[in-house]
Structure formats: C-alpha cells, structure tokens
Write a protein that binds this ligand. Sequence first.
Ligand code: ADP
Length: 637
Amino acid sequence: MNTKVDTLEFQAEARQLLQLMIHSIYSNKETFLRELVSNASDALDKLRLEAFQDKDLEADTSDLHIELEVDKDARTLTIRDNGIGMSREDVIGLIGTIAKSGTAEFLKKLKESQDSAVSQDLIGQFGVGFYSSFMVADKVTLTTRRAGETVGTRWESGGEGTYTIEELDDAPQGTAVTLHLKPEDADDQLFDYTSAWKLREIVKKYSDFIVWPIKMAAEKTAEDGEVTHELETVNSMKALWARSKDDVTDDEYNEFYKHVSHDWQDPLEIVRMQAEGTFEYQALLFIPSHAPMDLFMRERKRGVQLYVKRVFIMDDCEELMPEYLRFIKGVVDAQDLSLNVSREILQQDRQIQLMRRRLVKRVLSTVKTLMTEHPDKYATFWKEFGRAVKEGLLDDVENRVAILDISSFSSTNDAEAPTTLREYIERMKDGQQDVYYMTGESRSIIENSPHMEAFQAKGFEVLVLTDPIDEMWVDAVGEYEGKQFQSIAKGQVDLDSDEEKKTAEAEREQQTKDFAELLSWMTTTLGESVKEVRLSSRLTTSPTCIVGDSNDMSPTLEKMYRAMGENMPQLKRILELNPTHPLVVGLRDAHSKRADDETLAETAELLYGMALLSEGGELSDPSRFTRLLAAQLTRAL
Ligand code: ADP
C-alpha cells in the first residue's frame, strides 16, 4: 500500500479564488454549508442513478444520506455523504482546479473592482462551491472513496497555494469534508458552527428541500437520566416542485434556485407548471436575475435538470430548453419516462418535444406578464438576456411573434429606455407604413450616419439595432403586426406626405433632368465600386450616402461573414447624391463645362469615400484618399 503524501499546487485560478475566500470578502459566510450540502446531495443523486444503470457497481445504496458531525473540543465540523465519492484523479481535477468557463474574466473584473460591495456581488454571481469552506475554516480535510473502487483518497489544505493528497485504505464509500473552524468565530454565538441549533437553523434555511435526509446527532435523555445520542433528520425532504404552490415560501424557492443553479443570488422570476393527464410532469423553472459569464461562450452548458418520478436523471438536459433560452434554470420531473432514459431516447421522444414546447411557451408568457406587471423586472430581464432571446427569432419560427412581443429595441425616440414594437407602432406618424430601423456597430455611428438625416428632419422614429444578431433576424422576420421592417439604409425612401409629394414631384422631375448627365458619368467613373449613382431623398445636410438595394446584404453582415472566413464577392451598393448640396451642384456645373477634367473624377472618388466614412465604413485605400484630398485642398487655397 502506497502511503506516500504528495504535495501539489492549486491551478493559478483556483489559487486566486481561494485567496479571496480566505480573506473572506463575502459577508454571508454561513452559505458555505449550503454549498457543501448541495455537493453531497448531488453525489447521492449520482450514485443512485449509476447504481441503477450499472447493476455490477459494487456500492451500498441502502441508506443514502448526509450527516453533519461536530467535535466541539477539536472545533471541527464534518459534512459526510455516502454518495458517489471521488477517485484520486477526480479530487485533483475537481477540487484542485476550476473548470468553470469565464473564470479568468471573472477574476480580472474582481481585481479591478476595489469596492467590496461590488466584489461581493461578483462572487455571488460566480458561486464558489467547495471553496466557500475556506470562509470559515483555516484547514479543510476531505476523505473520499469512489463507489466501486477499493482505495480511498485523503486531501488536505490550508487554502494557501498547495494541498496534500495521499491514499487511504479504509475510507468509507462517499465523501467526508472536515472543516477546522477558524478560531476568530468561536466566541461569537452567531458564527459558532459547532452549535447544534445554529447548524439546524442553517440547514432549515438553505437546504430544507434536499430530498436526502440530512442527519445530526441529538441528545436524548432517557427516563433514568441516561444521555444517549441519536441521529435525527433535520430537513423536511419534500421535493419543492411537488408541493402545492401556496405551501412554499419565497425564501424556499430562492434557496432551491441557488441549489440547482449554483448561483448565489435570488432569481428574477419563478415559473411553475403542473401537467396532468396522459403525460404527467411538474416543472419548477427560474429566470435568473443576471446573465452567467459564459452566456456567449461556445463551451457553455444549458438546459434544466431532469428528474423521473423524483429521481435525478441528468443535469443540463438540452432537450428541454432551446439554445436561446439557455439561461433558464430549474427542474422538470416527468412521471411517465423510464429511469433508463438516455439522451438518444430523449432526442426522439415525442412527449419530450411536446413538453419542451409547453415549457418554452410558458417561459415566454411569463416574461410577457412581467412587462405589464413588473416593468422593472422586465427591464432587467431584457438587459441581461435580450441578446440571447433574439436568437430565437431565427431558431424558433413557431414562437417568432411571441418573441417579438417580448422584445425591446433601442430607438431614436429615447436615448436611454428601449421600446417595444407595439409602443413603436403606437407612435407611428399618420401615413407611415413601415417600422424603420438601421443596423450598425454602435448607436453613435447610426445616429450620425447620413441615412438618418431626412428621418430626423421629418421626425420619423428609427430603431437603432447594434447587436450582431440584429443583422440576421430583421431580414428573416420581415414584419410585425402587418408592418414591414424597413432599413433606412436600403432601397428608396419616400417620407413625403401627399401634400409634399405634389410639389416634390415637379421638383424631382426637374432635378432628374438637371443631373442626368452627372449621374451617368459618375456611374461609369465609379463603376468599380458602386452599381449606380442616383439622387437621394434621404439627405438634408450631407452631400452623399451609400445605400443597399432592398434585398442586399448590409455592410455589417458582409463584414461578419468575412470575419467568419466566408469568401464573399465584393458587394456593390448605390451611391446617393444630395441634389441640394453645394458640392454636388458644383460638381455638376463643373462637369457640364469641362467634362474631361481629371480632377473631377477625383472629386467623384472623394465623394464616394466620404460617404463610406460617414456610415462608419472603411476605405479600401486610405492613403490614396488622403492624397487626393490634400491635392484638392491645396488647389482650393
Ligand atoms: P460545483 O459544485 O459548483 O461544481 P464545487 O467546487 O463545489 O463546484 O465542486 C466541484 C466538483 O467536485 C463537483 O462538481 C463534484 O464533481 C465534485 N464534488 C464536490 N463535492 C463532492 C462530494 N461530496 N461528492 C462527490 N463529488 C464531489
């Protein structure tokens, strides 16, 4: 038997996180117990499932439970479970390392924030699990043996940089975590975690719903005065989702949410469902109050927990939540599935698909209710998750309208508060047919782009769409409540009232004649860059702008595709001229007098470059642009 003690180093991220826990920036220290009990409960769930699926597993599942054991003299608290346990590799990989995606960013943010309230808030968003033991303990000993294995492992650390690990030949199946409590908390009744009533209180508060018994020794005084110790179960063990709604307090829901989500903050909203009939299930879902750090990372997890008849089957059941609702947490307990159900079966099961459809509809309708009944909560929801939800406009055609109903967009109506489409439509001007929008990289680029001029001058509201996903869905969706989405940077615009049209028509006819020669000359001159040069009705102050044909891809989308490595042909767009701008008028007059002048072609090229720049675009040859501009300026002096 190898009894060698190895000393290993924590992974860098783990070390930093431990430092934080030791110097405890988190004020609510008692939550360490919730984390350890939660881990123990998960370990019991895993063992029950594995024993069911693997009949050869040599494991004792007859009395699965969690036990809290106190040694007042030694000032230790032990949290013991007889669950799945860990192998030596598990311990090194799971306890010595943090595999959570986004940890590096999280730690960076934490370092940057000097404010302790902000740090607390951040750590609450992150959730630290096992490491929270170091908030109350200056040394932690973990002994464990994986079910089915014979050799156990002992792990110990003071949290500072290294830990020791050694083999154990007499470890019971499961895991025991012993906390050597910090001395400074000893005199304080509030923080005495060796006090039985204190521990009971904490378990009741945070872990009552755990479906496994949490046992503690209780003193029993017999009639003859003899004192014995008996194990007593301190939690009620009722699955929260199976209890009637009025039976459960908000606090209980909140703690349950923290257990399933590993989040330390209360959820934003709770979604309960009970389906009776041929396919019976209960669901208890939560909308978190903040987005997880990995919401937009590739390796993120998603999905809710699946139970079958109260038995835990799997975490992150993707079959029950679509990608765009990947932030939803919670539990679904189905009565009519087999405990043997596998991912492959789930993917094909019609009942599962039906269930998912109903869950999705319920989540969407819950958000819709928030809009009217709790606008603040809705605002938080949209700020945190809106970007993800909009993916559903592409992925979930069936719920497109429901998603549009709960969507908000930044708009020229208000620089701060986003607007819903319904609100936009209510504000539409008489005679306005379409919902106007513009996509781009930032609000300021869009607001200052020449395309906006006539819309601003005439008071038409424009949606300001700056998320990459916006580029995709506007085209795919097309309309809302009979109103078309119309890009102000595409196609022809006509913002004139009937009255204005009469005068404008005559004027335009005249302009078309006056500018015909210039337009055809410029179309030829700039033929490599644009497909047409025409007069604009959307400009008031700028000389030029570039627009797409109604069904052209937008420049941002084109850029996105290129960034993804797609080989895109050069898209030619349309250059529009402002017929009232002195530069345009001047160029026309000059061209009619000296059509073969070289510098006029350069002016045309400069006009095109200016249009590109003012929409936030990039010049293909910036140094040539500057050279031409410098030459023209010199001549003008
Ligand atoms: P989290 O629980 O958020 O995943 P932790 O740091 O608390 O993070 O735990 C890391 C991992 O260590 C767990 O995911 C689990 O695989 C393992 N683990 C922790 N405690 C136990 C336990 N009591 N029994 C078995 N495995 C455990």
